[in-house]
Design a protein around this ligand. Structure first.
Ligand code: NAX
Length: 328
């Protein structure tokens, strides 16, 4: 029998946590044959609710779930972690300046990065979901100098999945017919969903759509502002779809991308496509044997270049701001 994989989830009592934990425990994160142990991290006010969720997890009698431990100390929560999902973050509240937001999140992600550095397993893989996800990932990574930098990733898979769904709706294709879509840049309103290399049932997506105005005026803003549209409709931010994307991100990272396809992940840039090295930016990636690689050699047209550059400029500003604050 396999040794259980330790999965640490922060913000476990939040709404994404509630949608996420049951799917991890039922085998969707790593595979239907991989036993897991959950290590939940919350702030003290969240512990009671996390205990309630743990009771419900017990009540599912999931065959793969081999234990649940709950902590309010990151050093304990990340002990032996093989996978860490950093979901808990400080949301922007009314009147909060960007600097305040970044420093509040620095207060969360810097100690968590240090705890990962000091306590996680050697094969630790980190996904940051909590916003601003790319820059929070950068803060955690900077605090973990002994962990290979490429183990810190940020989630743009929800944007990726949203873009696939919008393309399927527009063209009448099945979501499974859409391949090689790319989200570039920051997980924010500046992100760039790129269809120029995407395929719909084997044909170039941009040619199938044939309407650059739809891309610029409908598709890109719909994908980029989907989070706000969900809040408007549900009265709460995306939770189950965000949890689903986190599951997809880690599952793909661990188990690989399909032949001929790729996915989107926020990862430390190696300088590819003119994105300054070290920034955590979204790229097209293939995954194999638990490692990812940036898809190389794509031709970036003018339309795409301007939009990638704008999102990367925002990431540079965020990086400079957290540098200024001494967080990296
Ligand atoms: P909730 O407010 O429901 O839950 C957050 C939980 O985190 C709370 O239970 C809180 O007590 C806990 N928490 C806060 N600080 C913590 C700390 N230092 N250690 C451990 N736990 C801590 O938010 P939820 O809707 O679950 O969203 C979580 C984060 O995901 C937010 O930052 C949100 O902006 C972000 N999102 C990111 C997305 C992405 O695509 N990257 C999409 C969905 C979501 O908006």
């Amino acid at each position: 029998t396999r040794t259980p994989v330790n999965v640490t989830v922060t913000g476990a009592a939040g709404q994404i946590g509630y949608a996420l934990l049951f799917r991890i425990a039922s085998g969707h994160l790593l595979g239907a044959d991989v036993p897991v142990k959950l290590r939940l991290l919350e702030i003290p006010q969240g512990l009671k609710a996390a205990e309630g969720t743990a009771m419900e997890l017990d009540d599912c009698a999931f065959p793969l779930l081999k234990g649940i431990d709950i902590f309010d100390d990151p050093n304990q929560a990340f002990e032996g972690a093989n996978v860490a999902l950093l979901v808990g973050a400080r949301p922007r509240t009314k009147g909060m300046e960007r600097g305040d937001l970044l420093s509040a999140n620095g207060g969360i992600f810097k100690p968590q990065g240090k705890a990962i550095n000091d306590h996680a397993a050697d094969d630790i893989k980190v996904l940051v979901v909590g916003n601003p996800a790319n820059t929070n990932a950068l803060i955690a990574q900077a605090a973990a100098p002994d962990v290979p930098a490429e183990r810190f990733t940020a989630m743009t898979r929800l944007d990726h999945n949203r873009a696939i769904s919008q393309l399927a709706k527009k063209t009448g294709a099945d979501v499974t017919d859409i391949k090689r879509l790319t989200i570039w840049g920051n997980h924010s309103a500046t992100q760039y969903p790129d269809v120029f290399h995407a395929e719909i049932a084997g044909k170039n997506a941009a040619e199938v759509i044939g309407d650059q105005a739809w891309l610029a005026d409908e598709f890109i803003p719909t994908v980029a502002k989907r989070g706000a549209a969900i809040i408007e409709a549900r009265g709460a931010s995306s939770a189950a779809s965000a949890a689903n994307a986190a599951i997809d991100h880690v599952h793909t990272w661990v188990n690989g991308t399909a032949e001929g396809d790729w996915t989107s992940m926020g990862i430390p840039s190696d300088g590819s496509y003119g994105v300054p090295a070290g920034l955590i930016s979204s790229f097209p990636v293939t995954c194999k044997d638990g490692k990812y690689e940036i898809v190389q050699g794509l031709d970036v047209n003018e339309f795409s270049r301007a939009r990638i550059d704008a999102s990367v400029a925002e990431l540079i500003e965020e990086r400079d701001a957290v540098r200024e604050l001494g967080l990296i």
